[in-house]
Design a protein around this ligand. Structure first.
Ligand SMILES: *Cc1c(COP(=O)(O)O)cnc(C)c1O
Length: 399
């Protein structure tokens, strides 16, 4: 493929896609590929979902944007729906996950100042991912995301994931902390799942110290893990929750939701976004939420996730190069015993689009709308690719 005029931020596979349907993507030569990660957890309803396409085209002929200096019906509708489904009291609309998290970070700092903490800090986790803006890349627990962009933003303190003692110790010694921000299931970090006792313990620590519990559900939200938001499976209610990826099924939209005192923090002038909550994006998101509700897709994600994990576990039981198969709903990680980035181009030759994170974890994020047959096909094709990869001597991962 000829050189393309892009700034060099992505290593891309040489495929040019032209259209999609459900879990399938079709390239310009008419080849069909199974997309096992839904455009990175974005197209949770699958590509070109008819209800979303209809909502977008209808709205495009009606109203696309009127600014946040006024109300708009689609935005009001979405705000009510999101608060209803999350248990939060209010929402700020942004255009991406990073921006939703920026809103949460600003909210936490303002909350701290309002409580007389002059230099508030936010507790974040190892191996986390919160985005690529300066504040969110600072919050991210991955040096590769940060390196070269110093000076980083001050006001973040880091703790290991799933370690309550570490957080208790920090709470005793550091009185500048006003909030904790974390992903209930770390996506980019390798599909690392929060222990229920850890999340519940964090809720208690937050209550005790007056910290805001802020959950980054940019990736885990919108039905993916088996509930609308992952925290609903843990029996905890955060003070702030952010979401984005699956919310618009591909139309850019992010949301920062808050309840109680956190929802009272921002006043006019504190934060804003020109495009945030535009009528077109809200129309798409309304169609997504309605479809998830009407088709019970969160529960469907839970069942499909179990089906896929059970089959993979049976197939790879006792196989030495597979270290662990884990997941929550349709967020599934297959951890190999060695780095496996070379799986991606190999899978492509077999018509399978794969995503590898944290060097050795195959991350599956298929659409919530998969049929049982498609879920089985995914497992069959993936199994074939992994076995092909392992059979190649040069590539066999060695523990
Ligand atoms: C993708 C992601 C983000 C960043 O979202 P963008 O839309 O790329 O800015 C933040 N947090 C988590 C957990 C994510 O998975």
């Amino acid at each position: 493929m000829a050189e393309q005029p892009f700034l060099n931020t992505y290593g891309r596979l040489p495929i040019v896609f032209e259209h999609g349907r459900g879990p399938w993507l079709y390239d310009v030569d008419g080849n069909r590929y199974f997309d096992t990660f839904s455009g990175i957890a974005v197209c949770g309803l699958g590509h070109a979902h008819p209800a979303v396409a209809e909502a977008i085209s209808e709205q495009a002929g009606r109203l696309v944007h009127c600014s946040n200096l006024f109300h708009a019906t689609q935005q009001q509708k979405l705000a009510h729906r999101l608060c209803g489904v999350s248990g939060m009291d209010g929402v700020f609309f942004a255009n991406s996950g990073s921006e939703a998290n920026e809103a949460a970070i600003k909210l936490a700092r303002l909350y701290g100042h309002q409580r007389g903490v002059h230099s508030p800090s936010i507790l974040v986790m190892d191996r986390s991912f919160h985005g690529r803006t300066l504040a969110t890349l600072t919050a991210t627990g991955n040096r590769r995301v940060q390196a070269g962009f110093e000076p980083l933003v001050s006001g973040f303190v880091r703790a290991p994931f799933n370690d309550l003692d570490a957080i208790s110790a920090i709470a005793r010694s550091n009185h500048s902390i006003v909030a904790v921000m974390l992903e209930p299931v770390q996506g980019e970090g390798g599909v690392n799942i929060a222990d229920p006792a850890w999340l519940q313990g964090i809720r208690e620590i937050c209550d005790h110290h007056g910290w805001l519990m802020m959950l980054d559900e940019v990736q885990t939200g919108n039905g993916r893990t088996g509930a609308y938001f992952a925290y609903q499976s843990y029996g905890v209610l955060p003070d702030v929750v952010t979401t984005a990826k699956g919310l618009g099924n591909g139309v850019p939209i992010g949301a920062c939701l808050a309840r109680g005192v956190a929802a009272q923090t921002f006043q006019p002038g504190h934060h804003g976004s020109t495009f945030g909550g535009g009528a077109l994006a809200c129309a798409a998101a309304n169609a997504v939420i309605e479809t998830i509700r009407d088709e019970d897709l969160a529960e469907r994600a839970r069942q499909l996730g179990e089906r896929i994990r059970d089959r993979l576990q049976r197939i790879f039981q006792g196989v030495d190069y597979i270290r662990e198969i884990r997941g929550m709903g349709l967020m599934i990680g297959i951890e190999l015993s060695a780095p496996c980035a070379e799986l991606v181009p190999l899978a492509k030759t077999q018509g399978l689009l794969l995503n590898v994170v944290a060097e050795r974890v195959i991350r599956l994020l298929p659409p919530l709308t998969l049929s049982d047959e498609e879920a089985d096909l995914l497992v069959d094709q993936l199994t074939r690719v992994i076995k092909l990869y392992a059979a190649d001597d040069r590539q066999t991962p060695r523990p």
